[in-house]
Design a protein around this ligand. Structure first.
Ligand code: PLP
Length: 360
């Protein structure tokens, strides 16, 4: 039986993307070769890479000075590449400390310069995004994480910053319409909402580069990758290929339709949580994520832990996987990225209702 995949990442991909990928593993673009064995310098793959980059530019409606790269190393490598390229010795960067990944990014920046915490919800286990913040006036950049994958909070507003803004959009890129040019650097590991693990999207305002005075390894220098059209070394051929398929799938629908669908899915699930007397949401309402819906068994229930186990097992028996909350958070997390159909969310809502009927 095909499972309904609520994992946070690697995560669900569109059915047709999986089918096309499967065919390309046998015969890629009529070359008689597998996508897994073809040269990254072949004209067929160069076309994929170029189209994927162009699609990103088109879908995000990026200005001319924005460069689109497909790199490796995941979101985590961007935690150090950003400060390495943008933050000189002794200079300051501001960070919104709104979740585990945001915190990780901030810690890495300390290797290169000074870090100022503009705000933090760490002592409340990141159950909200602070509305009060103060950005160091000297900051070279502000770093935010647009969607906090682990805790299920998401920015639905943007901080006022005089400096360039860097956004980790690993778990909500292409999920909604935005003015993407308000960010000077955007990065996203592919495996949440764009493709398989192994490719990392970077969108960077090239005017920001070349201002820090330090030696850096070529592989970590954005300018090298820009000069070489993301082909300085062997890219993740297969991962980029699957991203390209997914980007075409996104374009067919348009970001507006995708966003509307994502809003309906999230509303359906949050409404069910709010209407339930067994389940409750675990983050501030204003900050609820449309991508990662975190909830738990009502904390006031004396046997909450046992009921939680039972629900996980019950959901699993109904073919739903990946809804266990992150280990430091507990409870449940249903990741409902672009590729999750509305019927998948509806199935989860029904399972929750059915469980509640039998449990109380
Ligand atoms: C998953 C995730 C990361 C880490 O990504 P890797 O590709 O595993 O390095 C970073 N930031 C956010 C917001 C994430 O969701």
């Amino acid at each position: 039986m095909k499972k309904i995949n609520f994992y946070s990442g690697p995560a669900i991909l569109p059915e047709e993307v999986l089918e096309q990928s499967q065919m390309a593993i046998r015969d890629f673009a009529g070359t008689g070769l597998s996508i897994l064995e073809i040269s990254h310098r072949s004209k067929e793959f160069i076309k994929v890479m170029e189209e994927a980059r162009a699609l990103v530019k088109e879908l995000l409606q990026l200005k001319e000075d924005r460069e689109v790269l497909f790199l490796q190393g995941g979101g985590s490598s961007q935690f150090y590449m950003v400060p390495l390229n943008l933050l000189g010795d002794g200079e300051t960067a501001s960070y919104f400390d709104t979740g585990q990944w945001a915190h990780g990014a901030m810690e890495e920046a300390k290797n290169f310069g000074k870090v100022q915490i503009a705000c933090s919800s760490r002592d409340q286990n990141y159950d909200h995004i602070p509305k009060n913040y103060s950005i160091n006036p000297e900051a070279k950049y502000l770093h935010i994480t647009s969607n906090n994958t682990v805790f299920g909070t998401q920015f639905h507003w943007w901080p006022e910053a005089k400096c360039p803004v860097v956004a980790d959009m690993s778990s909500d890129i292409f999920s909604r319409q935005l003015d993407f040019n308000r960010f000077d650097l955007i990065y996203a590991g592919a495996q949440k909402n764009m493709g398989p693990a192994g490719a990392t999207l970077v969108v960077v305002n090239k005017n920001l580069l070349g201002k820090v005075n330090r030696k850096m390894p070529k592989m970590a220098d954005y300018r090298v990758h820009i000069d070489k059209d993301s082909m300085h070394n062997t890219p993740s051929v297969f991962a980029v290929y699957v991203c390209w398929l997914t980007l075409k799938w996104i374009k067919q629908q348009g970001l507006k339709t995708i966003e509307e669908k994502n809003m309906r899915k999230a509303k359906n699930l949050y409404d069910a949580i709010d209407a339930s007397s067994l389940f409750e949401g675990s983050v501030a309402r204003d900050d609820r994520s449309l991508m990662n819906v975190c909830f738990r068994i009502d904390k006031n229930l004396s046997n909450a832990a046992t009921v939680e186990e039972k629900f996980l097992q019950y959901a699993n028996e109904q073919g739903m996987v990946g809804i266990k909350g992150y280990r430091t958070v507990g409870g449940f997390r249903a990741s409902i990225y672009n590729a999750m159909p509305e019927s998948g969310v509806q199935a989860l809502v029904e399972v929750m209702k059915e469980f509640e009927r039998s449990a109380v």
